[in-house]
Design a binder for this molecule. Sequence first.
Ligand SMILES: [Zn+2]
Length: 335
Amino acid sequence: MDLQGNKNRIIGERVGSQYGPLLIIFSQIHGNEPAGNKAVNELFNAIDEEYIKNPEFEFCGRIVALHGNMEAIQKGVRFIDKDLNRSWLPKEIERIIKCDDPNNLDSEDIEIKENLEIINYYIQLYDPPRVVVLDLHTTTAHGGIFTIPAPNEEARRIGLAMKAPVLHGFLEGLNGTTLHYFCDDNFEVEMTSVCFEAGQHQSSDSYKHAVSAIINCFKSIGGFYDKDIESKHDELLLERSKGLPLEANLIYVHPVQPGDNFKMVTTKIYKNFDLVHNGEVLATDINGDVKAPCSGLILMPLYQEQGEDGFFIIQPLVQRFINNEKQSSVISGII
Ligand SMILES: [Zn+2]
């Protein structure tokens, strides 16, 4: 297998001096989220500089960073024909892999085909003991950072090690995300996946959060050694997660259909993790007011045209908050 014209999808890769895990980083599965691209370039620069500054530096395994949705990136949009992070469906992928005529594939089908070609190429080439897929995103809303792990204990462990709130239950309300697909069931190698939401799309800090999260992720799976990693990464992520729940469950997803004319209210601009009360009017659509069906913390309110989810509501899983703060008065109202 060779990659031929598909090489442009590879943002970069670094190989450690010792055998170890393969970390695949997806940057811009959504084309309008450029922080991931800046973050992986920053990461590769940091690795190169470390070799110069620190002659003892070494790591285990391999890091490969990929442009997720290349056509959407070129056009600066979330997606072209369909949301790539809702399109990793095994039956669809079977169809895409079997299809030889590109005319029968839509734009995101081609993105899936090319991404899988590269990932399978590296699995064959490197024969890693395990693979972790880290999917980097940002949100339209401002507010805290968070991770969403695949539904297994190892992904949760990696999520907690990344030092941002770990959110559960998202996969039950959605289909075809990278977290659904990149798991043991679909590959002949030990595989799991974690998604990191690094902040607001345009925020100048989002890429920094992503750099620190990637470093923590790779450290947690035995790639980087503890001794080589500066504490500033933990400090930055803990600072940005201060007072947010250590872990939380998804309680409600508000779906948006084309033609709903869904719009968040303009009387208040919601940030991620803002408290909302049962019955609070959050948005309007063709049927009138859209109210919160329960109290909780709002996440990813839709402030852009493209997207299938209007907003999410989560509730803290346990009364543990990052930086060991007592639960803030804001959050105490909903537990
Ligand atoms: Zn995204």
